[in-house]
Design a protein around this ligand. Structure first.
Ligand code: BGC
Length: 727
């Protein structure tokens, strides 16, 4: 039996401020952004960082749980697949003397929410009272286990302040009417299925209430309700301990109910202390492999830890059927869809600190290759065109219309035109290969991705009368400009994609000739086609002008209206709202790093000092209308030795999720921006780069950073790197 003392320990956050994010008070208007910031996640389950107690309906943020891969297309009005809401397994309601406890906005000081990042744990501490001011001290803890990803744990401790108080505590699993169809409900187990995708979700629950260390039987129970009533003494300590197992079944014959019961049975033996201990060990291992330490800049240290906390909680090396959504599992903006964010902003972190997770993420792209082939074919091309927004099957899931920041309906063309995604996926495959040397992955999965994406580009680019290949009608990373021709980012990445595919052909022929025979036979690839690829790579226009050293972002960009963004400093809305869509499209205002992104990804494509020239030219024109933008500028500024400027970009990116400085974070943290924070530290300030036979460092630390230390893995070797500021 577990006494109150050990619950007490679990509920005590680490006292090292560098590992803590903390906010006090209760403000209904800020609940949603806190729900995102304080979310806990393990790559399979993501739980919003809500308060300990529930009252009323869902009008303020609840402890909603997202399950990776649980996509559905529930009805015609929501024809696009999205992650579905799942039952809230954390519901608790308490009443004292028959009156419920209330969270009052004015109670500020007595309510604290603490993210203990070292332990991957959300802790809350409240002093609450009912309308008659009978009070209770409440502490709670939520985790989703990093050791066993199906398991969630809630601990709630309550200490009654007055003598002889009638206490009722109700714990329930809310949300039987949440857009899932109930299939089976029995004591402690429920199974649902999605409406149109026939996926299943099961939750098995076991809970105990202890008073002063003794188990107390529930006064009333229903299949998913437990209620305890007792007369409490002053200072008496009650603790609720709830363990859940949540499983997803993707096929008809899967039995997630059985799996959930089995998983719960396994963890009930060691009980919650065993679950907690295994979870903490798993977090320690992740921190050991990924922590970044900065001496001399506590704010940067906190930003890095916060980023790493969410990055380590976003991936699941054991599930190759899912990838990381634009808001990870911390909120449902973008409906859980996956973008280039994963390959460009997140994969480098996983490749270099957690290759197993990186591999699973790339296997998701391998498993969705058919969807990408169908998209290419449907648009009249060959090979694989990945979905700009991808869910479970790899089919395109971008909406065709959305409500813009100015509340007007806007057509979205990204699903058809933002095609650089195919090269971005290929880029990540190659980076993984460079970083890990994982031959089996390259041979059995990566090579096919590289070949099919190269084939797409080779069919997509058209030879013109000028003898050059062109790619017309696309959107580059800068989404303010649509239907453009010869996007420098797209064309150069496409060329690079084709060249790496030709490299892989050479590699397969040399090392694995039988694999090459089989694969080229299956794909119908012959020497004639490979020759055509080479010719596309040789003749594709890039927009680079050797006389100025500038890439033209796309054909005609230089002729657009120049707008001095200095005139709009301090604006609170993005530039496309300030100028209107029409004028923005006719201007040189760039939404986010575009040519600068190319410079970050392929610096060797920029000869001599053209990197600096392009950076200066485009940074001045960038409105940073996306949370992804500053991070890329930060990497490049860091590499160029503009260290203090890079630090500004670092701070700007950190503020997005920690200070709600840019877009709303209600719908989840901006995981790409968080990946960008790691990238700025490691690729920017430390100047780390990956090469075919070595890693290189070219450090330039901001003046306030005394040291920068981090861990990376390169080709199975674990390295701890510590850089010290020159004095
Ligand atoms: C950005 C894209 C990004 C998407 C999801 C958009 O606002 O422009 O580059 O992939 O958000 O984060």
């Amino acid at each position: 039996m577990t006494g109150p003392q050990s619950v007490d320990n679990a509920l005590t956050p680490t006292n090292d401020r560098d590992w803590i994010i903390e906010e006090g008070g209760y403000d209904p208007l800020r609940e949603a952004s806190r729900g995102a910031r304080f979310a806990i996640s393990n790559g399979f389950l993501g739980v919003r960082g809500a308060r300990a107690l529930h009252r009323g309906g869902r009008w303020v943020d609840t402890s909603r749980t997202l399950v990776a891969g649980l996509f559905d297309t529930p009805d015609d009005e929501r024809a696009i697949p999205g992650l579905v809401a799942t039952p809230d397994w954390l519901q608790v309601r308490i009443s004292l003397q028959g009156e419920p406890l209330v969270h009052r906005p004015g109670d500020g000081e007595s309510q604290r929410r603490i993210l203990d990042m070292r332990r991957g744990t959300l802790i809350t501490e409240d002093r609450l009272s009912n309308a008659s001011d009978v009070g209770v001290r409440l502490r709670s803890l939520h985790i989703v286990s990093l050791d066993q990803r199906t398991i969630g744990l809630q601990l709630l401790q309550l200490e009654i302040e007055q003598e002889e108080v009638e206490v009722t505590l109700k714990a329930s699993l809310e949300g039987l009417d949440i857009g899932l169809v109930s299939e089976r409900v029995e004591p402690g187990l429920a199974v649902w299925h999605t409406i149109s995708t026939a996926r299943r979700l099961a939750i098995a629950v076991g809970l105990t209430l202890q008073i002063d260390g003794q188990d107390i039987p529930a006064t009333r129970t229903g299949p998913f309700h437990w209620s305890w009533s007792w007369k409490s003494q002053r200072g008496q300590v009650g603790s609720l301990q709830r363990l859940v197992a949540i499983t997803r079944g993707d096929t008809e014959d899967a039995d997630p109910g059985r799996q959930a019961l089995d998983a719960l049975c396994v963890v009930r033996k060691p009980g919650w202390p065993g679950v907690m201990a295994a979870h903490e060990r798993a977090w320690i291992a992740r921190w050991d492999g990924s922590d970044v330490e900065v001496e001399g800049d506590p704010a940067a240290q906190q930003a890095l830890r916060f980023a790493l906390y969410h990055l380590n909680g976003a991936a699941n090396p054991a599930d190759e059927s899912v990838s990381i959504a634009a808001r990870a599992l911390t909120g449902d903006d973008y409906r859980g869809h996956v973008f280039w964010d994963t390959e460009i902003y997140l994969l480098p972190f996983y490749i270099l600190t957690w290759p197993e997770a990186a591999r699973a993420l790339l296997m998701y792209r391998f498993r969705t290759l058919d969807g990408a082939r169908e998209k290419a074919l449907g648009m009249g091309w060959r090979g694989a065109l990945y979905a700009w927004e991808s869910a479970d099957t790899g089919a395109e899931t971008s909406p065709s219309k959305v409500i813009g920041p100015d509340r007007k309906v806007v057509n979205v063309r990204c699903g058809k035109q933002e095609q650089h995604i195919s090269a971005d996926v290929a880029y990540a495959v190659w980076q993984y290969w460079q970083g890990t040397g994982d031959e089996i992955f390259l041979r059995d999965a990566g090579a096919e991705i590289l070949l099919e994406t190269a084939r797409f580009w080779s069919s997509r680019a058209q030879v013109d009368t000028d003898g050059h290949c062109h790619i017309r009608g696309v959107i580059g990373p800068d989404e303010y400009h649509e239907s453009i021709n010869d996007s420098a980012f797209t064309n150069v990445m496409a060329r690079w994609n084709i060249l790496r595919a030709l490299d892989v052909v050479g590699l397969l022929r040399e090392r694995w000739p039988q694999t090459w025979e089989r694969l080229s036979g299956r794909l119908g690839l012959d020497d004639g086609e490979l020759k055509q690829w080479r010719s596309v790579a040789d003749t594709i226009v890039t927009g680079f002008d050797p006389s100025t050293g500038l890439f033209e972002q796309f054909a005609g960009f230089f002729a657009l209206e120049y707008i001095d963004l200095g005139d709009y400093l301090g604006r609170s809305v993005p530039m496309d709202v300030v100028l209107g869509r029409d004028r923005t499209q006719k201007s040189q205002v760039v939404k986010q790093a575009d040519v600068v992104a190319l410079l970050a990804l392929l610096p060797d494509e920029f000869p001599d000092d053209s990197g600096a020239k392009n950076f200066d030219y485009y940074a001045e024109r960038c409105g940073h209308g996306s949370s992804l933008s500053r991070a890329i500028h930060g990497i490049v500024a860091g590499r160029l030795g503009r260290t203090e400027l890079a630090l500004d970009y670092f701070k700007g990116t950190s503020a997005i999720d920690l200070e709600d400085s840019q877009a709303s974070i209600d719908g989840g943290v901006h995981i790409a921006g968080l990946g960008g924070i790691w990238l700025m530290a490691v690729f920017g300030f430390a100047g780390l780069s990956l090469h075919s036979d070595h890693l290189a460092l070219d450090p330039r630390l901001p003046s306030g950073w005394k040291t920068l230390a981090f861990s990376v893995q390169w080709r199975s070797r674990k390295l701890k790197i510590r850089l010290v500021q020159a004095t």
